[in-house]
Design a protein around this ligand. Structure first.
Ligand code: NDP
Ligand code: PYR
Ligand code: MG
Length: 761
């Protein structure tokens, strides 16, 4: 099964110097703390600190549950270690564990928007450790214990669980167990095995190993078929050396005594021990199609390259990110805590762990979107021996795992807060990670309750097909794929896409009964613009944009999306031959610049090269309308390089004139200009112009020309860390969106959803 290509590393590993430089550069370490409230004025100080702070103090004293409303507690997890089992490096002490603990905190934030702080406790004494942690409950919504050696970790975790009323979760135990179980479910499925008869050897009998065995047993794995090994060899019934109660619980009747003996004929081996613990002959002695999870970090028990030299039929996973199949608790802890925090769970129980493992296993079986393919350097993994588990950068994890965990918490009675609508919760979760998801959430919700028929003009393209399927699967309506039968089928087959499903229609322009109607419609529009009847016929027969636009014009579809194979202006010209400007409107392009909690509408980013003053005023009106439809109260800044006449210059003249035109029109939204972007977006800069008519920083920026619009939005995206969405096409009589050339499937779905939304409102 394994091949050179697939067992090879997915990227070159890092050097030791690179790792040190990464940690020391800039501000040393990997974390900083950022306030969430402005602390700019005397008033802010009075609210955040004395006297204002006394009010929530009293409220919490009266009702402790309100701490979730007034403090960080509900979104804050402590990562706590004493450094006695740092990865597979052993007991290197509390201080040395800090880079790992900071790393875990960063991953909490990066993947699940959970705030987290590392706490290193400098004691190996179990009671001292428990005493230190047990009093920290008021500060946190959960405790993530990390890299504490067995058996101390078992005692520490169970005592703290009794003493504290928030989830206490030893990640190396349960996080690892959940991911290993998910990988195992899929590897068993791929090799035609089951939980009842599969024979598993687990090397290592510490924190991670014991928890893995316990979880898979709880899921139905036959315990008699599991042999556990440690540094002394097989843990058999009656063994006395190096034992403890947790090992004894899994001791089996067997006459095998060494790992080497145990592995003969084994179907599965888990390595949760140390680098290099698996020798070549052990791997060779396993059953056909063996499943090898070498999970020790940073170096596995055996590498995929070494396994590939021994046999080619293995399913291989490691704990590292530079090989395929990363079985690592990073796939679990951020999302498990996210779900637990959101329902204010009092603990993380078996039902929640099993739900997480199953959700993870299911995700690996689903079609992979472009964002995930990007995490694989453009290779699109398909469920199989090289892809049994999602990658940590899979953007779907945030909406899949916490939902499963939160639901299991509610069903098993440990949730202290209910989530009524798990569908909306899943959307909120995506929005926590992706600002586009936040901005489009309203749009998606609206479209879901008013589903539309959207024609995807470039139906033969793979990413367009994926977008269409996602559109239909999300309940946004019917996706009509335009394309010729043969190429469409060939692409679908090559990409492993099944188009035969509800919500997908395929239309072939060549054999459509509507060709004549579209041709007549187009000819009537173009006959006085130099087009012959046969020109119109050729456009309908051979050009998918014209055919799709006519479908929308004549009501055979509600909206259209195109653009991935042609440049924007060409696609726009095609569309405008078939569809008029909406009466009283101007066609413009609007981009949305999205930062956390802030959406800025930028116009015109697509149509008018160097707008006149009149056109600028129209653009301001159209863009204000967009802001309004997005639920924003528009504050429009007409931008220039000068601010209110300084420095003087002809170039700002058009912009000043546009403001006067808006005055004359008596529009009902706030606007002002000309002003620089710094004044428009920064309240302190704006305060220097007390006469400025905007009541706050601008949320709509009208650019003086298309080049400044294009340059600034692209710079924002590349340098400013903002997400820019669009340009969105506004002002046509029918709803059409043009995606960027080469757009990813997720971008195309967003465009299709926006097109459907515009058709609905
Ligand atoms: N991929 C992942 O997500 C994770 C991987 N891990 C990895 O698992 C390993 C163990 O971690 P953890 O359980 O926290 O540590 P512990 O210290 O709790 O347990 C270590 C266990 O490994 C055993 N062991 C050590 N060396 C060998 C060996 N050569 N042969 C057989 N057994 C051996 C020890 O045996 P004895 O009891 O005899 O001392 C002990 O049972 C580490 O490499 C760690 O990086 C851990 C968590 C997550
Ligand atoms: C991944 C992890 O937590 C470990 O190796 O300890
Ligand atoms: Mg760990």
């Amino acid at each position: 099964m394994a091949s050179e290509k697939t067992t090879g590393r997915t990227k070159v590993s890092v050097t030791e110097q690179e790792a040190l430089d990464f940690h020391s550069q800039g501000r040393p370490g990997k974390l900083e703390i950022t306030p969430t409230k402005a602390m700019a004025t005397q008033r802010d100080l009075s609210l955040a600190y004395s006297p204002g702070v006394a009010v929530p103090v009293k409220a919490i004293a009266a009702d402790p549950a309100t701490a979730y409303d007034y403090t960080t507690r509900g979104n804050m997890v402590a990562v706590i270690s004493n450094g006695t089992a740092i990865l597979g490096l052993g007991n290197l002490g509390a201080l040395a564990s800090k880079p790992v603990m900071e790393g875990k905190s960063v991953l909490f934030k990066r993947f699940a928007d959970v705030d987290s702080i590392d706490i290193e406790v400098d004691t190996e004494n179990v009671d001292e450790f428990i005493n230190c942690v047990r009093y920290l409950g008021p500060s946190f919504g959960g405790i993530n214990l990390e890299d504490i050696k067995a058996p101390d970790c078992f005692i520490i975790e169970s005592r703290l669980r009794e003493l504290m009323d928030i989830p206490v979760f030893h990640d190396d135990q349960h996080g690892t167990a959940i991911i290993a179980a998910a990988g195992l479910i899929n590897a068993l499925e791929l090799t035609g095995r089951d939980f009842k008869t599969t024979k598993l050897v687990c090397n290592g009998a510490g924190a991670a190993a014991i928890a893995c065995i316990e979880l898979i047993k709880a899921m139905g794995f036959n315990g008699e078929n599991i042999i556990l090994c440690d540094t002394k060899g097989v843990i058999y019934q009656g063994r006395t050396e190096g034992m403890n109660q947790w090992k004894s619980a899994h001791a089996v009747k067997t006459d095998r005594r060494s790992l080497r003996e145990a592995m003969v004929g084994a179907d599965v081996v888990f390595g949760l021990s140390q680098k290099g613990a698996f020798a070549a002959d052990m791997i060779a002695s396993m059953a056909p199609n063996p499943i090898i999870f070498a999970m020790a970090n940073p170096d596995p028990e055996i590498t995929p390259e070494e396994v590939a030299e021994i046999r080619s039929d293995a399913i291989m996973a490691t704990g590292r990110s530079d090989y395929p199949n990363q079985v690592n608790n990073v796939l679990g802890f951020p999302y498990i805590f996210r779900g637990a925090l959101d329902v204010r769970a009092s603990q993380i129980n078996d039902a929640m762990k099993i739900a997480a493992a199953e959700a993870l296993a299911n995700l690996a079986r689903e079609d992979v979107p472009d964002d995930v393919a990007a995490a694989y350097q453009g290779q699109r993994p398909r469920f199989g021996p090289q892809y049994i588990i999602p990658v940590p950068f899979d953007p779907r994890l945030i909406s899949a795992i916490p939902v499963a965990v939160a639901k299991a918490a509610m069903d098993s009675g440990v949730a202290r807060k209910a989530i009524e609508d798990l569908g909306s919760y899943a959307h909120e979760l995506s929005a926590r990670r992706d600002p586009i998801a936040a901005a489009t959430q309203r749009i998606y919700e609206h479209v879901r309750s008013h589903p539309k028929r959207v024609v995807f003009a470039e139906g033969e393209e793979e990413q367009v097909m994926r977008a269409a399927i996602s559109f239909a699967n999300q309940g946004l309506g019917t996706a009509i794929l335009l394309g010729r039968d043969e190429p469409l089928k060939a692409t679908a087959e090559r990409a492993g896409i099944d188009l035969d499903r509800p919500g997908i229609e395929v239309v072939n322009a060549r054999v459509s009964t509507r060709v004549e109607a579209y041709t007549e419609y187009l000819y009537a529009r173009l006959q006085r613009k130099g087009y012959l009847h046969r020109d119109a016929q050729r456009l309908i027969n051979t050009d998918r944009n014209h055919f799709a636009a006519c479908m929308v014009a004549l009501g055979d579809a509600d909206a259209m999306v195109t653009g991935t194979t042609r440049n924007y202006s060409t696609a726009l010209e095609d569309v405008r031959r078939c569809i008029d400007t909406a009466p009283g409107h101007r066609v413009i392009g609007v981009s949305l610049a999205l930062a956390r909690g802030r959406t800025i509408v930028v116009a015109d980013t697509a149509v008018h090269d160097m707008p006149t003053a009149d056109e600028l005023a129209d653009i301001a009106e159209e863009a204000a309308g967009v802001a309004h439809r997005l639920g924003l109260e528009p504050r429009v800044a007409l931008l220039a390089y000068s601010t209110f006449g300084h420095p003087t210059g002809e170039r700002s003249e058009r912009v000043r004139e546009a403001v006067k035109i808006l005055d004359r029109r008596g529009v009902s939204f706030e606007y002002d200009g000309e002003m620089g972007a710094d004044v428009a977006l920064n309240s302190h800069r704006m305060e220097q112009y007390p006469f400025c008519r905007l009541s706050g920083t601008a949320n709509v920026l009208v650019m003086p020309a298309i080049h400044s619009a294009a340059i600034s939005t692209r710079m924002l995206q590349e340098l400013g860390g903002l997400t820019v969405m669009g340009p969105l096409l506004i002002g046509l009589e029918k709803s059409v969106q043009i995606a960027q050339m080469g757009a990813k499937d997720s971008d195309i779905v967003n465009m299709a959803a926006i097109a459907a939304y515009n058709a609905a409102v």
